[in-house]
Design a protein around this ligand. Structure first.
Ligand code: GLC
Length: 578
């Protein structure tokens, strides 16, 4: 799944909106020329609503389910949530195919539920970031129904059409469709329409100013409700060369250079900023970070007035079934940090709803090391410079699903690719093996609340199977256990919140060639922290060049510390005292 999916996951970042400012924000914004912002200090928790909590027994998570867990969210200490799309949708791609941008998906509840949820979050000082999916809509959106009905319909130019008399358009790759052909022929008007994702996700035509205005109106609708930010889904693809020229031979090797970041994207973002972000003071993060540092800066440098935060995929992409090297990991994260030393801002994450589970990919999900390595990885996310994004369930060390049959999977892109493999007589056992490690459904199994039936997620049959390990990995047990991953993550969140050096401090990699340990310092306004992370299952030595006798441990995942000798997957943060 990853090999075709990650093509486009190198694109963009998120945009959050600040609705009502709290006292802290007012203080910060009154500091002249201050670079300090609430969204830099935020700790974002991503909720995959379909799998979080079901309130009505239909096996599908819903807004009332999230409402029933608001106290849990508050107990984590997180300060913002990003919730995957909950607009009306036929769910070809679990909500990423929207049929009405101003209505709530019926499986998820009603607009009244949404209003209660938003108020419940704000009452707890948690901000809400929404997913804005406007590279494409659903083919069941009224715009598309109109658009396809005739060549002269006023919605025709909301999408990309190619009249068949002109011959077949030049090939475009579809990330999700069987055969990967992004042009679908529609006999109704004897034309092809473009869909970079599935055929039920036609691409919107951003060249059309009327379409763009519709999108800004939708954003204003939600901003007026008081939401705090937007994540711009797949937006790197929105601008296109609509002459659809043939791409040169071998372009696939550099797919993103041809498919994403067409320069007009910056005009659209500037316009969006002027029309929406600036008026509402909302925060914004696009999915991806462009194709280069230059792109990333063009997206998020403050003076350009486009977006706030980049969300680079290079780090999350390096985990492979055969393993990854920590040297590579260090290089990638250090490189991206250096890109934003002076201007712009980045997101730090190791998982989301499009990835398999963090502990199974970057840590070690064996019984011996699961908890230790999950604590270590969460320490990493919460101690880097950049806004941390925690994916729901990773605070419990939820693992990959262990599905072995294709029928266990639900992801449309995976099922289409399976069909594609069958058609071309591919190696099916190898394909299924790869899915076990990398399919995004691994990260979508129901949240493991407790050890009751269906992990306390639903009283009905869940839309996707619960991971069988829920009796030993669940929130209720971990809440009671002071040494659990959950309690460790809560402590780490408090440490980040009470030490601004972890948000703004200069990052400095140390012992850089160490093959197993990731060590770095963070320094700001006379404060200095040292972070030591052993990414291996072996005892490892680190050379810090610092006097640890003069350092105060703030958090550690082992009870005993042996200075520069680190136990398997050990994580420790020291405050360095002069
Ligand atoms: C983004 C979403 C992914 C979705 C795709 C198409 O990458 O994160 O889940 O399938 O866009 O909307």
């Amino acid at each position: 799944m990853r090999y075709f999916y990650t093509f486009f996951l190198t694109i963009f970042s998120i945009s959050l909106v600040t609705g009502c400012q709290n006292t802290k924000e007012k203080q910060l914004s009154s500091v002249e020329n201050s670079d300090e912002k609430w969204w830099k200090e935020a700790i974002v928790y991503q909720i995959y609503p379909r799998s979080f909590k079901d309130s009505d027994g239909d096996g599908i998570g819903d807004l009332k389910g999230i409402i029933s867990k608001l106290d849990y969210l508050e107990s984590l200490g997180i300060t913002a949530v990003w919730i995957n799309p909950f607009y009306s949708s036929p769910n070809d791609d679990n909500g990423y195919d929207i049929s009405d941008y101003r209505a709530i998906m019926k499986e998820f509840g009603s607009m009244e539920d949404f209003d209660i949820l938003l108020k419940g979050l704000h009452d707890r000082k948690i901000k809400l970031v929404m997913d804005l999916v406007v590279n494409h809509s659903s083919d069941e959106h009224e715009w598309f129904k109109q658009s396809r009905s005739s060549r002269t319909n006023k919605y025709r130019n909301y999408y990309h059409w190619w009249d068949a008399e002109r011959g077949k358009p030049n090939y475009r790759y579809s990330l999700f469709d069987i055969n990967h052909d992004a042009w679908k022929y529609d006999s109704l008007t004897n034309s092809y329409y473009l869909h970079y994702f599935s055929r039920k996700q036609p691409d919107l035509n951003w060249e059309n100013p009327t379409l763009r205005k519709e999108v800004y109106d939708i954003m204003k609708f939600w901003a007026d409700k008081g939401i705090d930010g937007f994540r711009l889904d797949a937006f790197g693809f929105a601008a296109k060369d609509t002459s659809f020229p043939a791409f040169p031979k071998g372009y696939e090797k550099n797919f993103m250079a041809y498919y994403s970041m067409v320069p007009a994207i910056h005009d659209y973002l500037k316009e969006m900023n002027k029309e929406v972000f600036s008026k509402y003071n909302v925060m914004s993060v696009a999915e991806g970070a462009g194709n280069s540092f230059e792109d990333a800066h063009n997206l998020v440098d403050e003076s350009r007035k486009e977006l706030n935060m980049a969300y680079a995929f290079e780090g999350v992409d390096i985990a492979k079934a055969e393993g990854y090297s920590i040297s590579h990991f260090k290089k990638v994260f250090s490189k991206w940090d250096s890109a934003f030393t002076n201007k712009g801002w980045i997101s730090i994450f190791l998982a989301n709803h499009d990835q398999a589970r963090m502990v199974s990919r970057f840590g070690n999900d064996s019984a011996a090391y699961r908890d230790l390595s999950a604590k270590m990885l969460n320490t990493f996310i919460l101690s880097m410079r950049g806004t941390p994004y925690l994916y729901n369930g990773d605070e419990l060390a939820m693992t990959n699903a262990g599905f072995s049959k294709i029928n266990d999977y639900r992801d449309m892109a995976t099922l289409n690719e399976y069909q594609n493999q069958l058609n071309k007589k591919g190696n099916i056992p190898a394909f299924l093996n790869r899915l076990q490690f990398e399919c995004r459904d691994n990260g979508r199994t129901p949240f493991q609340w407790d050890n009751s039936v269906n992990a306390g997620f639903s009283t009905g049959a869940p839309w996707i199977q619960v991971n069988k390990n829920y009796t030993s990995i669940n929130a209720a047990d971990q809440e009671k256990d002071s040494s659990s991953v959950l309690n460790y993550v809560k402590k780490m969140i408090q440490i980040r919140k009470s030490n601004q050096v972890l948000v703004y401090g200069i990052y400095n990699l140390i012992d850089k060639d160490n093959p197993t340990v990731y060590a770095y310092t963070r320094e700001w306004k006379g404060m200095k922290m040292l972070v030591l992370l052993n990414f291996s299952n072996q005892t490892s030595k680190v050379n810090t060049g610092l006097n640890l006798a003069k350092a105060k441990p703030l958090i550690q995942n082992y009870s005993n510390l042996n200075g520069e000798t680190l136990q398997p997957y050990e994580a420790v943060i020291y405050q360095l005292l002069n």
